[in-house]
Design a protein around this ligand. Structure first.
Ligand code: SAM
Length: 261
């Protein structure tokens, strides 16, 4: 099954979705782990709408440099718009598996919610290590969809829905394999922490609430019997919310890694 494509409508959706409180908090923690300072050269892999890119630019200042790469033109467009007032930011269309920079170009790099979409994780991490200077640090944040707890009175259907949804990602269980993959790529891991989402409501301001429509749309577009379950599954979630029984939880994992000096 095809991995999710980031087209213009997805770029517009993420512009709104990335302003919800849990994502703002996730960004704050990612930025804190990155620990950027004035004058540094930083790479943002899979920069999307450029929220994190702009935050980093504000820290490194005019003597620093922020390079942002993404494979999707609509995302790059959104990022360029967001960072228009930061001359030290440069966006390029490029793949995380083949970064357009010489060896040892950066003091630090961040990849938030990107490797999840890349089945060739080892190739992407080898590139990440290559472009970091010796002693440079990498912050990798990703979701492990195997950590999902989503209440349902029909757990078997819930499990089928989730199994189908995971096909949207090249690497739905990436959280658990990242430590080994980072080490194999030659990184030393200095920290790992969960970024946990727990929600009791399903509004558009909630992560799970925002995903309800996306999950239902994706499931409905799939082959086989699962497609017919999408509407009933979504209706049940809204019923659970109305009765006060809604529960959604998901873990992201934030790794701090370093290319040994
Ligand atoms: C979920 S968004 C995350 C955006 C951003 N890092 C953030 O956290 O706000 C994933 C982004 O990764 C990009 N992407 C997916 N596969 C990629 C690849 N192989 N190389 C570079 N970017 C990729 C997508 O186009 C999309 O913009």
């Amino acid at each position: 099954m095809a991995i999710h494509q980031f087209d213009a409508s997805e770029a517009a959706r993420l512009e709104k979705h990335y302003a919800i409180p849990v994502i703002v908090e996730q960004r704050r923690r990612t930025l804190e782990a990155l620990g950027a300072s004035v004058g540094e050269r930083i790479l943002d892999v899979g920069s999307g709408p450029g929220f994190l890119t702009a935050d980093i630019a504000g820290i490194v200042g005019s003597g620093g440099r922020v390079c942002a790469v993404d494979t999707a033109e609509p995302m790059l467009k959104a990022g360029r718009r967001r960072c228009a007032s930061f001359p030290m930011v440069e966006f390029q269309r490029a793949d995380a598996r083949k970064l357009p920079y010489p060896d040892a170009s950066f003091d630090a790099a961040v990849a938030a919610q990107v490797y999840l979409f890349i089945p060739e994780l080892d190739a992407a991490l080898a590139e990440l290590r290559r472009v970091l200077r010796p002693g440079g640090r990498a912050i990798v944040l990703d979701t492990d969809w195997g950590s999902t707890v989503w209440n349902s009175r029909d757990p078997a259907r819930m499990a089928r829905v989730l199994e189908s949804w995971k096909q949207r990602y090249g690497n739905a269980h990436i959280g658990r394999v990242l430590p080994g993959a980072l080490r194999r790529a030659g990184f030393a891991i200095e920290g790992a922490e969960p970024v946990v989402i727990v929600e009791l409501a399903a509004t558009e301001e909630d992560y799970g609430g925002g995903q309800l429509k996306e999950v239902a749309k994706y499931i409905a577009s799939q082959q086989g019997e699962i497609a017919a379950e999408a509407q009933a599954w979504k209706d049940e979630q809204l019923t659970l919310e109305a009765s006060g029984d809604y529960f959604f939880s998901l873990n992201r994992y934030l790794f701090v890694a370093r290319r040994p000096a």
